[in-house]
Write a protein that binds this ligand. Structure first.
Ligand code: 4AD
Ligand code: MG
Length: 517
């Protein structure tokens, strides 16, 4: 019996996800007061215990006057233990209710700064240490946890060896513009941008490896996809070309997303995530060469009879029509309320509608501002450039699954990329672009095996040759075709949870201008 309760048999503690085993029995739950309502004789507490929620009903008759008065005094986020009988109630979050017989207060908290009313985003990020307790953040952190677990599951199942790459490095891997420099015993060192080069060395020792670690980039721009500190997963495979690499990426993302859908139905529901948009991951990912991608982006080539530019122009018209509709509906409801004569319930109903429509309006107006910029960016795109965020949004608009863009102009890719032997204008890199406007979540490719070409690239990128000698050794001693990729964990979490910004995907985000809390 105990093993069912907790894997650690000496700790017999109940939590909200075990209530199904104790219907009709007395249990004690420990947690925090997420919110509290009261009438003359009953206090309702929504108890949050980290695992889930449970409504607790504390009646004056069961508790006695003194404890009941304490219950009435509890502020939001007070820490308590509540003992009571478990009763099934499908209407409640979690499906159970606790009819309390006893209350123990650890701390009665007063003036918790985050209430149920709307707060500005800066305020919430400033209070990240508390914001993490909110229901949406709870859901996001649990999805993140499940994603991490699924990633390890996939690679361990497939025989990859997890390795830790160093954080202090003497060389850049992904360009020199966004390095964080530190002082390493009087010598300059950089915080790692990528574990890949070390991963390549380890792959020559182990066959298949993956890193899972923090990476740092001094991105001096505030976008919704850039962090200064983020977690990257970088597998590397010996005897692997770009096409097998793409097969691996596809199988990997599919396995991870499907596992998360299976394990996190409650969390995804809290987030209001439309699961059907994730389930398409079971379908084959389209693979496009850079050249094809540019044609589609500029509207010179259709995908299944659809044209990216025309579809976006239509999106804009739809947005404008919807804005007019929503505005008209809001003002007619406001007028109806103002005219008077409505019952209280009716007023509330209409007010709720107005509030939710104002939310929708905000999003619509943002789209109305953005779409023309995306269209301009796509039309003006110059062949040979890297895709910006706007270009990725336009390009992915026609697809409901991640797409893989490969064979990039070698000038815009990292020094280690293999040149396509059949057409050396291109490097064998691959980017995976997520749908629904999320864009790049994975970057990878096949690695250059020729020492001569690598040396040339290192010079071209003005990188210091001496610190790359160890890397060149990998081409001198048993060089083999090899490939790998890097997944940005936070970008995947943002897409799976459908978040507006990566700052909510990590417990304590670090991005340009943010070092606290
Ligand atoms: O495309 P990137 O720069 O590729 C590499 O670092 C390679 N060494 C990977 C490899 O082949 N082993 O970065 C990989 C991924 C991006 O696709 C993106 O998801 C994420 O890392 N990423 C960031 N995520 C958040 N904030 C940033 N500033 C990021 N920069 C890259
Ligand atoms: Mg990239």
């Amino acid at each position: 019996m105990y093993s069912k309760i907790s894997k650690i048999s000496s700790i017999n503690k109940m939590h909200t996800k075990q209530l199904d085993q104790f219907v009709g029995q007395e249990v004690t739950l420990q947690g925090w007061v997420a919110n509290r309502r009261e009438s003359k004789t009953v206090v309702f507490i929504n108890l949050r215990d980290g695992r889930g929620m449970c409504q607790c009903i504390l009646g004056v008759e069961d508790l006695g006057e003194e404890l009941f008065a304490t219950a009435k005094s509890l502020g939001q986020e007070s820490s308590v233990a509540i003992t009571g009988k478990v009763v099934v109630d499908e209407r409640q979050i979690g499906g159970y209710e606790l009819h309390a017989s006893h209350l123990k207060v650890y701390q009665n908290a007063k003036d918790y700064p985050i209430s149920n009313k709307e707060h500005g985003i800066e305020f919430l990020v400033d209070n990240r240490h508390l914001w993490l307790r909110s229901r949406r953040q709870w859901a996001i952190m649990r999805v993140r946890n499940s994603i991490i677990y699924a990633i390890h599951n996939f690679f361990q199942r497939e025989g990859f060896v997890q390795m830790d790459a160093p954080i202090f490095t003497g060389n850049a891997a992904e360009g020199t513009t966004d390095l964080f420099e530190t002082d390493y015993y009087g010598q300059p060192a950089y915080l790692t941008q990528s574990g890949q080069l070390y991963g390549e060395a380890m792959a020559m020792a182990m066959g298949k490896i993956y890193t899972f670690g923090p990476t740092f980039r001094a991105e001096k721009s505030k976008t919704r996809r850039h962090l200064s500190e983020f977690w990257m997963i970088e597998p590397e495979m010996a005897f692997c070309d770009i096409f097998e690499n793409m097969d691996t990426i596809e199988a990997f993302l599919r396995a991870v997303v499907l596992e998360v859908i299976e394990k996190c139905p409650e969390e995804l529901e809290v987030l209001g995530r439309d699961i059907s948009k994730l389930q398409t991951i079971s379908k084959t990912f389209p693979r496009l060469s850079y050249d094809e991608a540019v044609e589609i982006l500029k509207g010179h080539k259709d995908v299944e009879g659809q044209n990216s530019i025309k579809v976006l122009e239509q999106d804009l018209l739809n947005v404008e029509m919807r804005i007019a509709e929503v505005k008209a509906d809001i003002s007619s409801r406001e007028a109806a309320i103002a005219a008077g004569g409505m019952k209280k319930g009716e007023i509330n109903f209409n007010q709720n509608k107005i509030d939710s429509q104002k939310q929708e309006l905000k999003q619509l107006e943002e789209d109305q501002r953005n779409i023309p910029n995306w269209l301009k960016s796509a039309r003006d795109f110059v062949y040979g450039n890297d895709f910006g965020g706007s270009d990725e949004t336009v390009l992915t608009r026609l697809f409901d699954n991640p797409i893989m863009v490969y064979d990039w102009p070698h000038e815009i890719k990292a020094f280690y990329m293999k040149r396509n032997p059949e057409d050396p204008r291109f490097a064998r890199g691959v980017d995976v672009l997520a749908p629904e406007g999320y864009g790049e979540i994975v970057g990878g490719g096949e690695r250059e095996t020729s020492e001569e070409w690598l040396v040339e690239k290192i010079q071209e990128h003005k990188l210091p040759m001496d610190v790359f000698q160890w890397y060149l050794d990998l081409r001198r001693y048993g060089s083999v075709p090899h490939a790998g990729f890097g997944l940005g964990l936070e970008r995947l979490v943002a897409w799976v949870c459908k978040l507006d910004h990566v700052r909510e995907t990590i417990p304590f985000p670090r991005y340009y201008g943010r070092l606290e809390p």
